[in-house]
Design a protein around this ligand. Structure first.
Ligand SMILES: Nc1ncnc2c1ncn2[C@@H]1O[C@H](COP(=O)(O)OP(=O)(O)OP(=O)(O)O)[C@@H](O)[C@H]1O
Ligand SMILES: [Mg+2]
Length: 287
């Protein structure tokens, strides 16, 4: 089990972003996306956000492309000295490139476990996982770490920002861990901050930010590496509903520009704005 608790471990989690331009060399094939993967700027102006409502649900992506995420008979049991918990029970799931999928279910039903397994932060006991057609095996090996680095960006409910670093440095840190050259790194960080309308706060520290600004920083950190998949675990959970909708709008814009997103949420209204809702109960997929 590989939960990431320390700052250092978090760094390695956040060094999971991908340069999609390296896709071909990594996988030896064309990206399955129907459009160039360079993301468009967020549709809203700086500091101004249109509010998503269930009526703004947009068309499903073309599903003639290969699967982005495929879980076959995935199970996960946590064992402590006194108790065994079957957190995921024989999960079969496919997510197409460009889909925006919400994951819902009661507390403890396995939502975070599911995201952690898809994001290669945690290892299943049984079953097979494919990401972008790659069979994931050997969770500790370099190939898996490389896949995670290129493919996945994470966003968490509690932001997980480093309090000693300012906004710019928080976003830059995973790129440093990826050994990206300084010039490209600075450019990427600035562009990511522009996308979340936060360049005017880039010298602020997390303690000087609102909750929404913290989450926008975390989103910038996740997207700076241009990942094909964003995994968001209750990204609006610590935000009031207006700010939560702003964050949701940024995610929606990213998705419209081609990023596949899986988002855990307890908010039915937000979930209804995405392409598809999957529901877990006691570790099982029930809808
Ligand atoms: N490290 C762990 N050790 C032991 N049990 C764990 C561990 N992590 C999770 N579990 C158990 O696995 C089950 C699923 O946990 P998980 O965190 O995936 O739930 P969740 O659906 O994300 O819940 P929430 O909505 O409260 O975040 C829970 O019963 C939990 O207690
Ligand atoms: Mg959870």
């Amino acid at each position: 089990m590989r939960r990431c608790e320390s700052d250092e471990e978090q760094f390695s989690v956040f060094s999971t972003q991908s340069t999609v331009c390296s896709w071909q060399s990594a996988v030896g094939s064309d990206p399955p996306h129907p459009q160039p993967l360079s993301r468009a700027r967020c549709a809203h102006g700086r500091g101004e956000f249109s509010l998503a409502t269930p009526d703004t649900r947009y068309p499903k992506p073309d599903t003639n492309f290969p699967t982005m995420i495929k879980l076959s008979n995935i199970s996960k049991t946590y064992r402590t000295q006194s108790i065994e918990t079957l957190a995921l029970d024989n999960i079969n799931l496919e997510v197409k490139p460009g889909e925006f999928v919400s994951v819902m279910g009661p507390s403890g039903c396995g939502k975070s476990t599911l995201l952690n397994i898809i994001g290669l932060l945690d290892e299943p006991d049984k079953g097979i996982l494919h990401l972008e057609g790659n069979l994931i095996s050997g969770y500790a090996d370099k190939k898996t770490a490389g896949l995670r680095n290129r493919m996945v960006g994470f966003i968490f409910q509690s932001f997980h920002l480093i309090k000693e670093l300012n906004v710019f440095d928080n976003v830059e840190l995973p790129l440093i861990y990826r050994k990206m050259p300084s010039g490209e790194r600075k450019k990427r960080v600035y562009e990511a901050l522009e996308q979340v309308s936060l360049t005017n706060r880039m010298h602020h520290y997390p303690s000087q930010l609102s909750g929404g600004q913290c989450q926008r920083t975390a989103i910038a950190r996740a997207l700076a590496g241009n990942p094909g998949i964003i995994l968001a675990d209750e990204p609006t959970g610590n935000l009031d509903s207006t700010v939560g909708k702003e964050v949701m709008n940024i995610l929606t814009d990213l998705n419209k520009a081609g990023t596949t997103i899986m988002m855990v949420t307890h908010d039915e209204l937000l979930a209804k704005t995405t392409h598809r809702i999957i529901r877990l109960f006691d570790g099982r997929l029930v809808g």
